[in-house]
Ligand binder design. Structure first.
Ligand code: C5P
Length: 218
């Protein structure tokens, strides 16, 4: 298999993570969840008591002191695996706020390009096909209705032992959609050359099959 890069973008809870991870497993590629990078950074700032709105201390105490790497096939921050605590709704909201900050975005773009430089990578996020890897060989943009995404995210949170109220999750998803698509830096949008897949009425296996077929055609 050629050394290619697969960019998978889409809104919150569109199924990107599960699909990207399964496609990477099938192809023997490295999987990079860039949302986890923003979440882990937001959680680190929160734990260290750094106010996200204070961009100077965020840059000096957090951004400049953070490093991402793939260790044993898994994304790690500061040499440690990223814990499931990044999946709480509190961290979702913080990560969406931190993702609007220019210093944070330029740092992330650099880190993400480093992680993808050897190819054989499936990288998922919001701006992978448009900004991080505009020359990725394969670009996929996943969509699904907000209510279907809220249903999926609620099930996922409950399966992780967190209590989740679907109406609240839907409100949070709508807010994050608005934040992610209205920000001036790298807003969420599909690249002109991306293949868009509406997953509302599709099973995971059907979606994965389409992506793997595209790779094999390449
Ligand atoms: O994908 P996930 O929901 O885990 O991402 C968390 C947040 O990180 C998103 O709401 C978005 O604001 C931000 N993000 C981003 N660019 C990416 C990946 C995530 O702005 N490439």
């Amino acid at each position: 298999m050629k050394s290619l890069r697969i960019a998978i973008d889409g809104p919150a809870a569109s199924g990107k993570s599960t699909i990207a991870r399964r496609v990477a497993e099938k192809l023997g590629f490295t999987y990079v969840d860039t949302g986890a990078m923003y979440r882990a950074l937001a959680l680190k700032a929160f734990r260290e008591g750094v106010d996200i709105a204070d961009t100077d201390s965020l840059r000096e105490s957090i951004v400049e002191k953070t490093d991402f790497a793939i260790i044993d096939g898994e994304l790690a921050m500061d040499c440690r695996p990223i814990s499931n605590e990044i999946r709480s709704e509190k961290v979702s909201v913080l990560s969406s706020r931190i993702a609007r900050i220019p210093d944070v975005r330029s740092f992330m773009i650099e880190e993400q390009r480093k992680l993808a430089k050897d190819g054989r990578v499936v990288m998922e996020g919001r701006d992978i096909g448009t900004v991080v890897l505009p020359d990725a060989e394969i670009k996929i943009f996943l969509t699904a209705s907000a209510s279907e995404r809220a249903r999926r995210r609620t099930l996922q949170l409950r399966s992780m032992g967190q209590c989740a109220d679907e109406a609240e999750v839907l409100r949070d998803i709508r807010q994050r959609d608005l934040n992610d698509s209205s920000r001036s830096l790298a807003p969420l949008r599909s690249a002109d050359d991306a293949i868009t897949i509406d997953t509302t009425n599709m099973t995971l296996d059907e979606i994965i099959e389409i992506v793997v077929e595209k790779v094999q055609e390449n």
